[in-house]
Design a protein around this ligand. Structure first.
Ligand code: SF4
Length: 342
């Protein structure tokens, strides 16, 4: 673990180490999705409609709303007088029926589906082309799962949530099965489900490449490095953010005494931190860095803080935005918002 120490000048405060995970926070898919909305507002003006929360983070959604984005759940909510306005689909991906519906309504849409989610869609469709029934390992109701299931005809995909589900499912032909997974699952839990599936269905075929994405894997690895022995492990993220919730579980399993998901510094349970000497800190892939800074500052006000960086890997992934938006310039201030720094 690299140590970059910053010591507060006031020595009556209790000493506390913050083990800060790196990588953490925004991934390339989230960064791209936010950039698409910001660029669409610049190029086409207000309002720009966004179907579903573009990413699972209130701070980001509110920031985009302030800039002129209107969030909707269904395309039917776009009023007739705004049919000429762009509509953006979220990073989680959408069922095929959504772009088809947009075309039927003559809407102009920009798809912000993360390329790594689109890759899972393609792998699921490849299984189908090869005559396999698809087993999708993921969480019921998550928008990414709804989007992936919606790439395939009804009845050709079965959702598997847990190892216990493996015994319950009854696919049509056990000899012709392929699986894919949600991109944001716990690496270890998923390995357990897949082992159980392979034991029950020895002919099961894997996807052409790993479905769990680099950002999920990297954030979990950094948490495993930082968590052992910490009194509390904080993960910045929304309650509906799958990858953030997995980080809390990973932290507890890796040896944090307690893990907690928080959206802002105001949610930190200060009264439970008496006697704490070390905490872990990470952020889900949809949580902006500005909230991490806010939390560290809140700790500095109460403790004599040393920040130690728990670094596992440096990320340099970057996904280009949609072709229609590549000629639109972005200011430094907008870029800071896109990167989660403002
Ligand atoms: S968490 Fe992974 S799959 Fe989801 S948006 Fe980020 S990079 Fe893409």
């Amino acid at each position: 673990m690299n140590a970059s120490a910053t010591t507060a000048e006031n020595s009556d405060k209790t000493h506390l180490v913050i083990k800060l995970c790196e990588p953490r926070g925004f991934c390339a898919g989230v960064d791209r999705a936010i950039q698409i909305v910001v660029l669409a507002l610049k190029k086409y003006g207000k309002p720009v409609y966004v179907r579903h929360e573009i990413v699972h983070n209130r701070y980001v959604v509110d920031g985009l709303r302030d800039r002129g984005a209107i969030f909707i759940e269904e395309l039917s909510e776009i009023p007739a007088e705004h049919r000429d306005r762009p509509v953006v689909f979220s990073a989680h991906g959408v069922p095929k029926s959504v772009p088809a519906d947009a075309e039927a309504r003559d809407l102009f849409y920009l798809d912000a589906t993360c390329p790594l989610v689109s890759k899972v869609h393609k792998q699921a469709m490849r299984h189908r082309r090869l005559g396999r029934h698809v087993l999708l390992v993921g969480h019921a109701g998550h928008p990414e799962v709804i989007g992936t299931m919606g790439q395939l005809e009804p009845g050709t995909v079965t959702l598997v949530e847990t190892e216990a589900d493996v015994e319950r499912i009854a696919p049509p032909d056990p000899q012709a099965l392929g699986y894919v997974t949600q991109t944001t699952l716990s690496v270890e839990d998923t390995a357990g489900v897949i082992r159980a599936l392979e034991e029950r269905f020895p002919s099961l075929q894997p996807p052409a490449s790993e479905s769990i994405c680099y950002a999920t894997t990297n954030r979990q690895e950094a948490v495993k490095l930082a968590a052992p022995g910490t009194d509390l492990f904080l993960v910045v993220g929304a309650p509906n953010s799958s990858n953030s919730r997995r980080l809390v579980e990973v932290a507890e399993r890796a040896g944090a005494r307690r893990g907690l998901l928080v959206q802002r510094a105001s949610e930190i349970p200060w009264d439970t931190l008496a006697g704490a000497t070390s905490i872990g800190l990470s952020a889900g892939a949809s949580a902006p860095e500005i909230i991490v800074d806010e939390i560290i500052e809140a700790f500095r006000q109460r403790f004599d803080v040393n920040v130690e960086i728990a670094l596992t890997v440096r990320e340099d992934e970057n996904f280009p935005v949609n072709r229609e938006l590549r000629d639109t310039e972005i200011t430094a201030a907008d870029m800071a918002f896109v990167n989660g720094a403002a």
